[in-house]
Design a protein around this ligand. Structure first.
Ligand SMILES: Cc1ncc(COP(=O)(O)O)c(C=O)c1O
Length: 380
């Protein structure tokens, strides 16, 4: 039995970080200051020296990435129907048309065969979301993008710390976005990062995230296009710097909790689980969320009733994610039921179980026992 309520996600901030925040507040330099530069330098080192810019969220990073690619009205952007609203919203916000494809049922990653089939003369970019457990096949994705001359904007919000052929996500590829929302592997409270290819792109991001301003030799400023206001405060960057140092230990903790989930579910395999960690493939695959598909067709209860039952036992859950093409916005672009069976089944059956660094294996045991009991009492 749980002593207190178990949230499905929770950040871990140590006392040194809190003291660091107070120091920043006392310093008087609160925005676009030294801690922002330090956070960017450290993220750049993490990404093999590629230029990095931090922003107020991953959502801002996706918007700026699309603008950096010059994507707008008349352009199409291919993305998975199974992702967070950010991707759909930002494609629409820059004036482009979202083109959805389905995902794999187990890895939840975008189906690259369907991506290729969806490419038209108007396609400008592919925006895949990586899921914990298995990355999108980056060799195949980058090869596809090269063949059709498309930009790739990786939504890596869930997978900072994952590696592909030994390289960190963000250390290779085209444009990559991270999220530092409190539910992610590391947090800056709110915040995000955009990894770009060269200094020219980084300079353009500087303007896109700060009013479109460029600085003139006579120390006045000019604006040639309407930029956004997405610069990260130094307080957030200070937290981000501290969190990045803890990333290896946070990832190790998350992985060990996930291993325990897999061990527990192995003896009670009624839910469909994420891809099982393999000793060769799993090294570096970060676990931000642990989602299962409920066997709803064999239960007498709805997902809501299942979640309510866990809630009444003090266990928080989430939904990652609704199907984008079935949102009101997605439907306005032709999205309809039956279009993407895997994304729709995930949207119907998925439940995000608690996973964060303050948890213990005993917490995982409590969650698994509760899941098993609720399912057992609701069997048809
Ligand atoms: C897959 C995915 N992409 C993007 C985002 C957006 O991140 P942010 O809240 O930093 O804008 C989220 C947030 O939950 C997410 O889960």
């Amino acid at each position: 039995m749980l002593a207190s309520y178990l949230k499905f996600a929770e950040p871990q901030l140590d006392e040194a970080t809190l003291s660091g925040v107070v120091e920043v507040l006392r310093s008087g330099q609160l925005a676009s200051g030294p801690w922002v530069q330090q956070f960017e330098r450290q993220l750049s080192a993490f990404c093999a020296g590629r230029p990095v810019r931090v922003l107020t969220s991953a959502t801002a990073a996706v918007e700026v990435a699309l603008q950096l690619c010059g994507i707008g009205p008349g352009d199409e952007v291919i993305t998975s129907a199974q992702s967070f609203f950010t991707v759909l919203n930002m494609i629409v916000k820059v004036g482009a048309k979202p083109v959805f494809v389905d995902c794999d049922l187990v890895t939840r990653n975008i189906d690259l065969a369907q991506v290729e089939a969806a490419i038209t003369a108007r396609t400008r970019a592919i925006v895949p979301t990586h899921y914990p457990g298995a990355l999108v096949d980056m060799d195949a994705l980058l090869d596809l993008a090269r063949r059709y001359e498309l930009r790739v904007i990786e939504d890596a919000a869930l997978v900072i710390g994952s590696r592909w052929h030994g390289k960190n996500v963000g250390a290779f590829g085209d444009l990559v976005t991270f999220s530092f929302h409190p539910n992610k592997n590391i947090t800056s409270i709110e915040g995000g990062a955009l990894i770009v290819n060269d200094e020219a792109e980084a300079k353009r991001v500087d303007a896109l995230r700060f009013h479109g301003i460029t600085y003139l030799p006579d120390r006045t400023r000019d604006v040639a296009f309407p930029g956004g206001k997405f610069n990260l405060p130094d307080v957030n960057a200070r937290i981000g710097v501290a969190q990045l140092q803890h990333l290896p230990e946070f990832l190790a903790k998350r992985r060990s909790l996930v291993e325990h989930y897999f061990a527990r579910f192995a003896s009670d395999p009624r839910c469909l689980l994420p891809p099982t960690p393999s000793p060769t493939r799993d090294d570096g695959f970060s676990w931000n969320i642990f989602c299962v598909l409920l066997p709803l067709d064999r239960l007498t209860i709805t997902r809501k009733a299942f979640r309510d039952a866990l809630e009444s036992r003090g266990i928080g859950t989430g939904v990652s994610y609704e199907a984008l093409h079935l949102s009101t916005l997605g439907r306005s672009y032709g999205g309809h039921e039956g279009q993407f069976p895997n994304a729709e089944r995930i949207a119907r059956e998925t439940v995000t179980l608690p996973l964060h660094t303050a948890m213990t294996n005993t917490d995982v045991d409590c969650v698994c026992t509760a899941v098993a009991e609720v399912i057992a009492t609701a069997r048809k």
